[in-house]
Design a binder for this molecule. Structure first.
Ligand code: NAI
Length: 251
């Protein structure tokens, strides 16, 4: 097992790092001089690789891909953390969702993070931190049934990993973003955007940077006694249940 105990002495692996929330996490980590191994399905051939970042191609569904990433990470020393931000949406409702919708959503959003934890935890020392990116859809009913189910599954993986890795001093937490302005939500309907803003007490959408700030905190020793926890980053969307429309209706 690696001997490093300082949480930021080594690299953090970020999946889904080419876009949206993952890309914002990479930016935050670099601002804090944390070296990053940035993983995604593909990278633009002509894009400059910022100093401090090692870009790798990874399909999070592929155990062999994770094994190669682990081999590469091992050459850099102990890993300080892992952020499982890669994700896909499947927007079919219950009456239309196919077996393929469920298989794909689960493979990327649930099995992928589990495979990553399995492959990389052996490279982590006490003080390391893993953050999974869940969703507001992981704590509520949500029309996109396969996506919601896969994110609910990720909560179970998070809590199990926190239990299993706790004795080694490795923390595992999950964040639940609400509506965040990324390429993923750019393809959602205007109606979905508008109702989210209406039901969000802060009255707006969030930015990838606002999610990255919380993830960076969960990676850092500032949160050294936090594990197995779930944190909403949603402007209050999931905090009121049905309280907000009821309060508005009677005012
Ligand atoms: P995005 O679509 O901008 O970025 C997702 C990234 O994951 C992309 O770069 C994509 O290439 C990568 N990816 C997809 N499948 C992959 C695979 N099999 N292997 C490796 N990489 C893969 O999406 P966004 O919004 O940044 O989402 C990041 C995470 O946040 C996802 O897990 C998503 O479910 C979650 N989330 C996003 C919300 C939002 O409002 N944007 C709300 C709640 C959760």
């Amino acid at each position: 097992m690696p001997e490093t105990t300082s949480a930021f002495a080594a690299a953090v692996v970020v999946t889904g790092a080419a876009s949206g929330i993952g890309a914002a996490v990479v930016e935050r980590l670099l601002e804090g001089d944390v070296p990053v191994i940035a993983a995604d399905l593909a990278w633009p051939a002509d894009a400059a690789q910022p100093s401090g970042v090692r870009r790798v191609v990874l399909d999070v569904r592929d155990p062999e891909g994770w094994a190669s990433l682990a081999e590469l990470a091992a050459t850099t020393g102990a890993l300080a953390g892992l952020v499982n931000a890669a994700g896909i949406t499947r927007r079919a409702r219950l009456e239309a969702a196919t077996a393929e919708d469920f298989e794909l959503a689960f493979a990327v959003n649930a099995t992928g993070p589990a495979l990553g934890i399995q492959a990389l935890a052996p490279l982590m020392a006490s003080g390391a931190s893993i953050v999974n990116v869940g969703s507001a859809a992981a704590v509520t009913a949500h029309y996109a049934v396969a996506y919601a189910a896969s994110k609910w599954a990720l909560r179970g993986i998070t809590k199990t990993a926190a239990m299993e890795l706790g004795p080694r001093g490795i923390r595992v937490n999950i964040v639940h973003p609400g509506y965040i302005e990324t390429p993923m939500t750019a393809s959602a309907s205007a109606a979905f955007h508008d109702i989210n803003v209406e039901l969000t007490p802060l009255g707006r959408t969030g930015s990838p940077g606002e999610v990255a700030d919380v993830i960076a905190s969960l990676l850092s020793p500032e949160t050294s006694f936090v594990t197995g926890a779930e944190l909403a980053i949603d402007g209050g969307l999931t905090s009121h249940g049905v309280g907000l429309p009821i309060a508005r209706a009677i005012s």
